[in-house]
Design a protein around this ligand. Structure first.
Ligand code: MLT
Length: 394
């Protein structure tokens, strides 16, 4: 008889955002007249930039004519998009060869798929609170996880410390869910630590476009990162591609372990396991990096930042402690009156129809905290902030 992957028995019964979606669906079925103010999952509410829409339309038209039609795309990404992304890095002083850039179907897919590169015996270090897919993807393959909790004392930015050992290190900066972002000196500590052990950093840079302060957008701004890091990026939050799906991953040629080159291994993996990303989407993605595209996506980001400002003003008025909201599209707040995070979730859903994400879903040390996404509809966000004020001032 076939033996299924027994590691699945070690997963929580359902994935965090699926669980929340089920809870909110049940609430709406029981209360069909209610409107929900959705600030839970980080799903964008603004449409794609006009420059992207134009490029997508043109690419569809290309597919209608024999001379401009595209069949299978190169598995690692279209050269025009790989070059465009390498130029985007160059503007920030990071030199990459275009074949160090891999076009992907999005960061969440890629964060799971990349685990093919690493032996199951490696230990994965996950700083918590963390995006729950890091833990779940490693649990699925039966890998040992080293949980590194963080909290207000270290500003949710843990650093290497005595006694800590791991082979695969997850870093997300700006962080989901806390919104905290590492500075150069702090990231340099992680790079030195990884290089000293031959470990590999998986750097999740999905939120780099939200950085306002003088902080690194890429791990490759840190000297030494080319020999120890892979960077995973996404157009989901940067350019509203959550439903369109497109991302990219950087694997430097210098990244080798046991005489094996990880870039070459990923080429081997992609050429076997994918037939590339659709031509149409890659054209749309390339438009994000044009001058016009960049201006338009930053117009949208400014609207999300205004949502953040509205929510932060409400929390300030309520004298509630929070993190994030500045360099990241998430606000991480302390639950009021010592409430548990699921208890607070239920209270907001039932009493003011506001949906957020309980901190416990991001790891045990997230208990007592709560996350708001700032990607919601601006009118809904203002109403949610006002409902929050009324409820918690009572
Ligand atoms: C989140 O809400 O944490 C993200 O939107 C989830 C994701 O990117 O998959």
């Amino acid at each position: 008889m076939l033996t299924p992957n027994l590691s699945y028995a070690n997963l929580k019964e359902s994935y965090l955002f699926y669980h929340i979606a089920q809870k909110t669906k049940a609430y709406l079925e029981a209360n069909p007249d209610k409107h929900l103010y959705r600030m839970g999952i980080g799903d964008v509410s603004l449409p794609l930039a006009p420059a992207v829409i134009t490029a997508l339309h043109e690419a569809v038209d290309d597919q209608s004519e024999k001379a401009r039609f595209h069949g299978y795309m190169p598995e690692c990404g279209a050269p025009f998009l790989r070059e465009t992304i390498a130029e985007y890095y160059q503007k920030r002083g990071v030199s990459l060869a275009s074949d160090e850039v891999f076009v992907s179907s999005g960061a969440s897919d890629e964060l799971g798929d990349l685990l093919d590169l690493f032996d199951k015996s490696n230990r994965a270090l996950i700083m918590e609170p963390a995006y729950p897919a890091y833990v779940d993807a490693n649990t699925m393959v039966g890998r040992e996880i080293v949980h590194l909790p963080s909290g207000p004392d270290d500003h949710f930015l843990p650093l290497p410390k005595e006694g800590l050992e791991a082979d695969l290190i997850y870093l997300c900066s700006p962080n989901n869910p806390t919104g905290a972002a590492y500075n150069r000196e702090q990231l340099s500590q992680w790079v030195a630590w990884a290089n000293a052990r031959g470990a590999v950093i998986l750097f999740d840079a999905a939120y780099e476009a939200f950085i306002e302060e003088d902080l690194p957008h890429s791990i490759f701004e840190i000297p030494g990162a080319r020999t120890c890091a892979i960077e995973i990026c996404s157009l989901s939050k940067t350019a509203g591609f959550t439903g369109t799906r497109l991302g990219y991953t950087v694997i430097p040629m210098d990244l080798e372990r046991n005489g094996m080159n990880l870039n070459a291994m990923w080429v081997r993996n992609r050429t076997t396991k994918t037939n590339g990303i659709s031509y149409i989407l890659q054209r749309g993605g390339a438009a994000v990096f044009t001058e016009e595209g960049q201006r338009q996506i930053h117009d949208n980001i400014r609207i999300y930042k205004e949502n953040a400002r509205v929510l932060m003003a409400a929390l300030d008025e309520l004298d509630i402690r929070y993190w994030g909201g500045k360099n990241a599209p998430y606000i991480w707040m302390q639950c009021p009156d010592g409430m548990g995070s699921w208890e607070f979730f239920d209270k907001l859903l039932n009493e003011i129809q506001v949906v957020g994400t309980p901190g416990e879903g991001f790891g045990a040390c997230g208990e007592g905290f709560f996350r708001f996404s700032t990607f919601g509809d601006p009118t809904d966000t203002r109403e949610a902030a006002s409902r929050l004020l009324t409820l918690l001032k009572r």
